[in-house]
Design a protein around this ligand. Sequence first.
Ligand code: PMP
Length: 449
Amino acid sequence: TYERVLEIHKQHLSPILTAYFPKPLLLHQGHKEWLFDYEGNRYLDFFSGIVTVSVGHCHPKVNAVAQKQLGRLWHTSTLFFHPPIHEFAEKLSALLPEPLKVIFLVNSGSEANDLAMLMARAHSKSTDIISFRGGYHGGSSSTLGLTNVGPFKTELSSGLGCQSTMCPDVFRGPWGGSHCRDSPVQTIRKCSCAPDCCQAKDQYIEQFKDTLNSSVAKSIAGFFAEPIQGVNGVVQYPKGFLKEAFELVRERGGLCIADEVQTGFGRLGSHFWGFQTHGILPDIVTMAKGIGNGFPMAAVVTTPEIANSLAKSVLHFNTFGGNPIACAIGSAVLEVIKEENLQENSQEVGTYMLQKFAELRDEFEIVGDVRGKGLMIGIEMVKDKMSRQPLPREEVNEIHDNCKRMGLLIGKGGIFAQTFRIAPSMCITKPDVKFAVEVFRSALIQHRD
Ligand code: PMP
């Protein structure tokens, strides 16, 4: 059957959907932080889809709620009301600070950011949107204009998002230009110290001001930022940087949008939302992935004032957004996060995990950096610590594949796919971390020898 699946995949599925491993993984079943392939092999899932399965695969409570709703009512469209949507809206809004209380339900992160862009334009009456180099905000033709992770960029994306999007050379991670397509060798290394370095912050703020003052961005509609850049390889900003950036955008009439698609729902541990870790209050928050534990759903949350601006500007509906099954699942996920103290678990196990993986930095020359927060960790691989050049792709892939063979699934990110990304379900335990670190360590030893 395995060969047959590969054959069908080749014949009938888009070639753009490339498998993550040389021998593609054919998954059969999931349970909490574990996945099982069709041969019965078990894998510790430390990427949870793509940072999506927030409370664990096939969580019994979420499953039971979904099954009950499946038998009751699937679909109404946004033309009709149903209790699950109101129950979920009330639960979700209780988790957000005033005045972020109005919720729009959609189906994916890209859709959420598309809608946020529309809102920002409707409210500000401007069109220009700013986003960071290294940011990922979606793959739809307009959100691709916001996305600035090199390999995803394409001239095919629609002008709506793209032409007006600035790609400011504002933020570079601790490894300097490693996120910049044009400079495979890191030339900008004025500051390669910890992300809370003030010197880096001031430097980035100056660059950010230049961008804002440039002619294209005279009046700004909105500014999108991930609290931690995920797809770019778990890149953190210097302390205080995002806060100052928000202030500068607001001085120019723009709305500030926090893209919490990866960072929300307690993953970062210390706070439920990533923006809270920066001490900032966005005008619009977009969220997806973890919201539905893998069920397709997403949301945009904003203020009544901004929601009214959109309502006055355009007729809007969404066929599937806020469907009863998604909403029932969304409520169950929020309950599980609370009942099982999963945010606290992210904090405790995440802190432990960061420390354990960071120990490998001293042990292996090719482990350039270990960073992150809570259960969102990046391990940047380099040729050596002096040159800081990215470890060649084939070598990264070999380590990645060896981890899989030893029963550990992790993600990759960054412009050269040189950063391993670790973002498991929030139910993982310290023994899981011990297993993962040992497997990763063995894969590094195999590479060295
Ligand atoms: N924003 C961020 C921060 C993301 O990581 C992603 C997906 N990787 C998206 C938006 C787009 O989400 P989706 O794939 O659900 O459209």
